[in-house]
Design a protein around this ligand. Structure first.
Ligand SMILES: *[C@@H]1O[C@H](CO)[C@@H](O)[C@H](O)[C@H]1NC(C)=O
Ligand SMILES: *[C@@H]1O[C@H](CO)[C@@H](O)[C@H](O)[C@H]1NC(C)=O
Ligand SMILES: *[C@@H]1O[C@H](CO)[C@@H](O)[C@H](O)[C@H]1NC(C)=O
Ligand SMILES: *[C@@H]1O[C@H](CO)[C@@H](O)[C@H](O)[C@H]1NC(C)=O
Ligand SMILES: *[C@@H]1O[C@H](CO)[C@@H](O)[C@H](O)[C@H]1NC(C)=O
Ligand SMILES: *[C@@H]1O[C@H](CO)[C@@H](O)[C@H](O)[C@H]1NC(C)=O
Ligand SMILES: *[C@@H]1O[C@H](CO)[C@@H](O)[C@H](O)[C@H]1NC(C)=O
Ligand SMILES: *[C@@H]1O[C@H](CO)[C@@H](O)[C@H](O)[C@H]1NC(C)=O
Ligand SMILES: *[C@@H]1O[C@H](CO)[C@@H](O)[C@H](O)[C@H]1NC(C)=O
Length: 884
C-alpha cells in the first residue's frame, strides 16, 4: 500500500525532446492519445491544447579560425642586460593600447634598475616558437603609486607607459578592470610565467592557476601584525588574499593579474581584479596577497589621462570596456563544438544568452489601472494567470489587469493569493489571477506546469538587458536599446546553489522544497541582464508531435539573471495541491485521501484494497456509492488513473449494466475481417417523405444488421420513412424504417440524452462496403483526436479533425450543466467549432475499425462557441444493448 503523488504516478517523467505517450494501449492502437474524462493533473497541456501540426528543430554549426587568445593582455616585463640578453622578471597587464598595469615592487630589480621592455603575444618567452605573433615594446615611463614605499607591501601598484601603441590583434589586446569594491567571485585565475616550485627556475611557458579568494580575517592568521616588516599594519582593505586549494602550483608572477573572465556576446573578456603582490613560500598553500584594482580606479585613469592617453572617464565601465575589443575575444567554451590548432568549430545554439523580440505569448505583464512594473505572470489556461504573491500588490493597489501579446489588456476578475503567504516573504510566494474573459489560445500556447522533481537538463529564464552587450555576432558598436533575453541556466541543488549574500535576509528559513535554484557558475559582464520578476523558468518540451512550453518555476530573487550567483524561483510542483483546490472544480485535497493501489491496473482488473475486501478496477460511474462517500469525507483507492476506482465487489452494483450486448461486442472483430473499403460506408442518411419527394435531414450510423443509431433531435416526433446507405450511386440503397426509439429522458433544452435508435424492416447483409460502426465502450476516456463527420448540403459527408476536451473545460462557458453522458470537442484550427444537427464523432483505428464516440446534439449557436457538445456513446452502451 503506497501513498503517492497523483500526477507522478499517472504520467511520469517527460524528458525534453523525447516523445512519449500518455496512456497505454486500450485495446486498439498503441500510439493513440487518450483524454480521461476527469482532469486530475496540470501536466496535461499536450491534451488540452493539442495542435495538429508538427514542429522541427535545426541547429547550425559553423567554424571560425582560432589562435590562443586567452593571454592577450599578458605582458612579460624585462630588463635588458649589458650583454644584450633580456631577463624577464615580472608580469604586467595591458590595460590600454600603450599602458601596462603592474606591481609597484616590479619597477626596480634587485640591482635597483628599472625594466625597459615588455613583450606581448608570446606564450613561450624563451623559444622562438610563435614569435610571429609577439610584439616587444620599450617602456618609456614608469608611474609608481605615490603612497607606495619599497619598505612596505601597501599600495603595490604601478603603471608603465609604452613607446607606442600595441598593434591590436587576437593575441595582443587590453584587459578590462573590475572596478567594483565587492569581489563576488568564488574562483579567480592568476597567470604568469610563474615558477612551479620554490627556488626553481621560472618556467618559460605561461601558466594559469585557479585561486579561491579568502576573507582578509582568515588571511591575517598567516600574515599577523609584525611578523612581516613590510606589513606592519596588517592586511588592508585594498588588499585581497587568494589561495590555491590544489597546492600544486605557486601563485602567478609578481605584477601579473588576478582575473576573472566575464561572458558577453558569446565571448569572454578578462577583467583584472587584483595584481599579484607577494606570497609566502610556495608549496605551503599559504595565501598569496594581491593589490585590488578597484580602489585605484581613479588614480589609474588620472595617471593615464595626464600622460597622453585619450581615454574617456568611463573607459573601464564594464559594458563599454567589454564591447571595445569584442571582435578579438575568445568564444565562451559552451559554443565551441570542435577545436584544432588553428580552427574552432562553433555551435551558436549552445550559447548561454539569447535575444528575443518579445516575451513568449504566454507571459503577461501585470498592470495596475494602466501602470506597470517589473512583474509578470504566465497564462496557464484561457482564463487563468499564475504569478508571484509579491506581484499582486503594488503601492497598496491590487493588480487590476494583465497585458498580453504586448498590447491586449484584460481585466482580472479574481485574485487568489496563497493563504500562507506573508508580505515580503520568500515563502508561498504564489498567486492565481482569474480573468474576466477568455483568452483565445488558438494563436499561442498556454504554459504547462512541471509537476515532477527538478530535472537535470538546462532550461531558460527571462531577463532584459542592453542589446549591444548581449547579442551574438556583435561588432562592438554601442546600442543601449533594451532587449528581452532568454539566458540558458541549469538547476542547482542545495549544495551547488549560490545565493547572493544580499538576499540571505529574505530567506530567513533558508531554501525549502518550494524553491528552485537556477543559474550558471559563469559570470556575466555586470548589469548585462536583469531578471524579469514572475517570468518563467521554462523549456520547450516535445510531446505527442507538438512542442509545448513547460514552466518549472517563477523567478523572484536574483541578479545578473543567475549568472555567477544563482536565482531563486518558486517551483510549480510544490504548490500543485493548493492550485488544484482553486482550479479544479470539485477538487478535494487529495494528500491524505487519495491512494493509488495498483498503478498499472486497467479497467476490469482485480485490485487489492487495503482493507482486504475483494475489489475490481471500475470507472467512477460504476462505483458511485464509494465515490459519493469520498466526496463527503473518507478516502478512496484508485487504479491506474484517477477515473478508475478500486471498487469493493459488492459496491459494483451498477457494473452489470456495463456488460456489452454480444452483437455490439463482436463488432470490432467482424469489421476487421471484412477488409472494408472506407469507414464512411457505415453511415446512412435519414429521409422523410414530403410532398416533393424524399428529404434527407440528418445522419445515422449502422450499428447492427437492423439498427441505426442517431440523435433524438434528428428524428423528433415524426417517424422517418427510409434510411439510405452511402457510397456511389450504384451502391446506394434505401431501406424502409420500421420503428424509432427516442431516449425517454431526452431534454431538448440542454440536449441531454439526445440519442435515438431506428429499426429497419429488412436485415442488412455485411459486405466490405456495408458494415456497422462499433461503439466506443470505454467509460473512462476517449481518443484525443477524433474525426467529426458532417453531412453537407448535397448529402455528402465532410470530415474535420477535432480534439476532445474535458467536460470541466467546456463547462466554464456552457450555458447548461454538462453531464457525464456528454462530451465536448473543438476544432483547434478554428476559433469556433461548428456542427450541423447530426454530426458524429468517430475514431478510426489502425486496424480499420471505425468507432462511433459521439453524436452531436442540436446546437445552432456555433458562431459563438469554441466547442461542440456531443452525446457520449459509452454512457449509452447499456441502454442500446437492452433495446436491440
Ligand atoms: C644570452 O643568451 C644566449 C641565448 O639564450 C645564451 O646562449 C647566453 O649564454 C646568454 N648570455 C648570458 C651572459 O647569460
Ligand atoms: C593610439 O591608440 C589610441 C586609442 O585607440 C588613439 O587614440 C591614438 O591615436 C593612437 N596613437 C597612435 C600614434 O596611433
Ligand atoms: C594589526 O594592526 C592594525 C593597526 O595597528 C590593527 O588595526 C589590526 O587590528 C591588527 N590586526 C591584527 C590581526 O592584530
Ligand atoms: C556603464 O555605463 C552605462 C551607461 O552609462 C550604465 O548604464 C551602466 O550602469 C554602467 N555600468 C556599470 C557597471 O557601472
Ligand atoms: C549537486 O550538484 C553538483 C553540481 O552539479 C554535483 O556535483 C553534486 O553531486 C550535487 N549534489 C547532490 C547532493 O546532488
Ligand atoms: C466519515 O468518516 C468517518 C470516519 O472514517 C466515518 O465513520 C463516517 O461514516 C464517514 N461519513 C460519511 C458520511 O461517509
Ligand atoms: C483487402 O482489400 C484490398 C483491396 O481493397 C486487397 O488488395 C487486399 O488483398 C484485401 N486483403 C484481404 C486480407 O483480403
Ligand atoms: C431540461 O433541461 C433544463 C436545463 O437544464 C432544465 O431546466 C429542465 O428542467 C429539463 N427538463 C426536464 C423535463 O427535465
Ligand atoms: C481567431 O481570432 C483571432 C482574433 O481573436 C484572429 O486574429 C484569428 O485570425 C482568428 N482565427 C481564425 C482561424 O479565424
Amino acid at each position: 500500500m503506497k501513498k503517492i503523488n497523483m500526477s507522478l504516478i499517472q504520467y511520469g517523467v517527460v524528458p525534453v525532446l523525447i516523445l512519449f505517450n500518455l496512456q497505454r494501449a486500450v485495446g486498439q492502437d498503441e500510439n493513440v492519445l487518450m483524454l480521461p474524462n476527469v482532469r486530475s493533473t496540470f501536466d496535461d497541456c499536450h491534451l488540452r491544447f493539442h495542435k495538429l501540426d508538427v514542429i522541427g528543430v535545426v541547429s547550425p554549426v559553423f567554424g571560425h579560425p582560432a589562435r590562443l587568445k586567452e593571454f592577450a593582455h599578458m605582458g612579460a616585463i624585462g630588463w635588458t642586460q649589458p650583454n644584450g640578453n633580456i631577463s624577464w622578471k615580472c608580469g604586467g597587464t595591458l590595460i590600454w593600447v600603450n599602458f601596462v598595469l603592474t606591481a609597484a615592487h616590479c619597477v626596480i630589480d634587485s640591482e635597483n634598475k628599472a625594466p625597459d621592455v615588455i613583450r606581448f603575444g608570446d606564450l613561450n618567452i624563451e623559444s622562438t616558437e610563435g614569435d610571429e605573433y609577439a610584439q616587444q615594446l620599450k617602456i618609456v615611463d614608469i608611474f609608481r603609486h605615490p603612497q607606495h614605499r619599497f619598505t612596505s607591501h601597501y599600495h603595490d601598484i604601478a603603471l608603465l607607459k609604452l613607446e607606442h601603441n600595441v598593434t591590436l590583434t587576437e593575441v595582443v589586446a587590453p584587459a578590462c578592470l573590475w572596478t567594483d569594491e565587492e569581489v563576488r567571485f568564488k574562483i579567480l585565475e592568476a597567470t604568469g610565467w610563474g615558477r612551479t616550485g620554490y627556488a626553481e627556475d621560472q618556467t618559460p611557458v605561461l601558466l594559469k592557476v585557479a585561486l579561491k579568494p579568502i576573507e582578509n580575517v582568515e588571511c591575517s592568521k598567516v600574515y599577523t601584525n609584525g611578523t612581516d616588516r613590510k606589513l606592519q599594519n596588517g592586511l588592508q582593505q585594498h588588499q585581497i588574499c587568494a589561495v590555491d586549494e590544489k597546492m600544486d602550483t605557486c601563485e602567478g608572477d609578481s605584477g601579473g593579474p588576478l582575473q576573472i573572465k566575464l561572458m558577453h556576446n558569446a565571448k569572454v573578456t578578462p577583467f583584472v581584479v587584483a595584481i599579484t603582490s607577494f606570497g609566502t613560500a610556495c608549496g605551503l598553500s599559504a595565501p598569496g596577497v594581491y593589490t585590488k584594482v578597484a580602489p585605484y580606479h581613479d588614480w589609474i585613469l588620472e595617471t593615464m589621462q595626464k600622460n597622453g592617453a585619450l581615454v574617456p572617464n568611463d573607459v573601464y565601465n564594464a559594458t563599454f570596456c567589454a564591447l571595445r575589443y569584442v571582435s578579438l575575444r575568445e568564444y565562451e567554451d559552451a559554443i565551441i563544438a570542435s577545436r584544432t590548432p588553428d580552427y574552432v568549430g562553433v555551435n551558436s545554439d549552445r550559447r548561454h544568452m539569447f535575444l528575443v523580440d518579445k516575451l513568449p505569448s504566454y507571459i503577461v505583464q501585470l498592470a495596475w489601472n494602466g501602470k506597470t512594473n517589473n512583474c509578470y505572470g504566465v497564462i496557464i489556461d484561457e482564463d487563468t494567470v499564475l504569478t508571484l504573491a509579491q506581484c499582486v500588490t503594488h503601492n497598496r493597489e491590487r493588480v487590476s489587469h494583465i497585458k498580453y501579446l504586448n498590447t491586449i489588456t484584460m481585466k482580472v476578475s479574481r485574485i487568489h493569493v496563497h493563504p500562507k503567504y506573508e508580505q515580503e516573504s520568500s515563502y508561498n510566494n504564489i498567486a492565481i489571477l482569474r480573468l474576466q474573459h477568455f483568452i483565445n489560445v488558438n494563436n499561442f500556447d498556454p504554459a504547462c506546469l512541471w509537476q515532477d522533481e527538478t530535472p537535470s537538463w538546462e532550461v531558460h529564464v527571462h531577463g532584459s538587458g542592453r542589446r549591444d552587450i548581449n547579442s551574438f555576432w556583435h561588432d562592438g558598436s554601442i546600442d543601449p536599446s533594451i532587449s528581452i533575453l532568454t539566458p540558458r541556466v541549469r538547476f542547482q541543488n542545495a549544495t551547488s546553489c549560490i545565493v547572493p549574500i544580499r538576499y540571505l535576509p529574505l530567506l530567513r528559513n533558508g531554501l525549502t522544497n518550494e524553491h528552485i535554484c537556477n543559474g550558471q557558475n559563469l559570470f556575466l559582464v555586470p548589469k548585462s541582464c536583469d531578471l524579469v520578476t514572475g517570468a518563467a523558468v521554462h523549456e520547450k518540451v516535445y510531446r505527442s508531435s507538438n512542442v509545448y512550453p513547460m514552466v518549472y518555476g517563477l523567478n523572484f530573487l536574483g541578479r545578473e539573471c543567475g549568472f555567477g550567483e544563482h536565482s531563486i524561483a518558486i517551483g510549480m510542483a510544490s504548490h500543485a495541491e493548493w492550485m488544484k483546490t482553486i482550479l479544479f472544480s470539485n477538487y478535494r485535497k487529495s494528500h491524505d485521501t487519495i491512494q493509488f493501489v495498483d498503478t498499472d491496473h486497467q479497467e476490469g482488473d482485480s485490485c487489492h484494497r487495503y482493507d482486504g475486501r475483494a475489489a475490481r478496477c471500475v470507472p467512477v460511474s460504476s462505483c458511485s456509492r464509494r465515490w459519493k462517500q469520498f466526496l463527503s469525507n473518507g478516502t478512496i483507492e484508485l487504479c491506474s488513473t484517477s477515473s478508475l476506482i478500486c471498487c469493493p465487489l459488492n459496491d459494483i452494483a451498477v457494473t452489470e449494466q456495463n456488460v456489452v450486448h454480444p452483437q455490439l461486442a463482436e463488432c470490432p472483430a467482424l469489421v476487421e475481417n471484412l477488409n472494408i473499403t472506407s469507414p464512411a460506408r457505415s453511415l446512412v442518411s435519414i429521409g422523410w417523405l414530403i410532398s416533393e419527394g424524399m428529404e434527407f435531414r440528418c445522419l445515422g450510423t449502422i450499428i447492427t444488421k437492423n439498427i441505426i443509431l442517431t440523435t433524438a433531435s434528428c428524428v423528433g416526433d415524426e417517424v422517418p420513412a427510409v434510411v439510405q446507405t452511402s457510397g456511389s450511386l450504384e451502391t446506394q440503397k434505401m431501406y424502409e424504417v420500421d420503428a424509432i426509439l427516442v431516449h425517454y429522458a431526452f431534454n431538448a433544452t440542454d440536449d441531454t440524452n439526445d440519442i435515438a435508435m431506428i429499426r429497419l424492416r429488412d436485415t442488412l447483409v455485411w459486405r466490405s462496403d456495408l458494415f456497422p460502426s462499433c461503439l466506443w465502450t470505454d467509460t473512462t476516456k476517449v481518443p484525443l483526436v477524433l474525426s467529426m463527420v458532417s453531412p453537407d448540403n448535397t448529402n455528402r459527408v465532410g470530415l474535420t479533425r477535432v480534439v476532445a476536451m474535458y467536460n470541466s473545460d467546456c463547462q466554464r462557458t456552457h450555458m447548461y450543466d454538462i453531464q457525464d453522458s456528454q462530451l465536448c470537442a473543438r476544432n483547434p484550427s478554428e476559433n469556433f467549432t461548428c456542427n450541423t444537427m447530426s454530426d458524429q464523432l468517430r475514431f478510426d483505428s489502425s486496424t480499420r475499425v471505425s468507432y462511433i464516440v459521439g453524436l452531436s446534439t442540436d446546437f445552432d449557436k456555433c458562431e459563438q462557441s469554441r466547442y461542440t457538445v456531443f452525446t457520449r456513446i459509452s454512457s449509452y452502451v447499456h441502454w442500446i444493448g437492452i433495446n436491440i
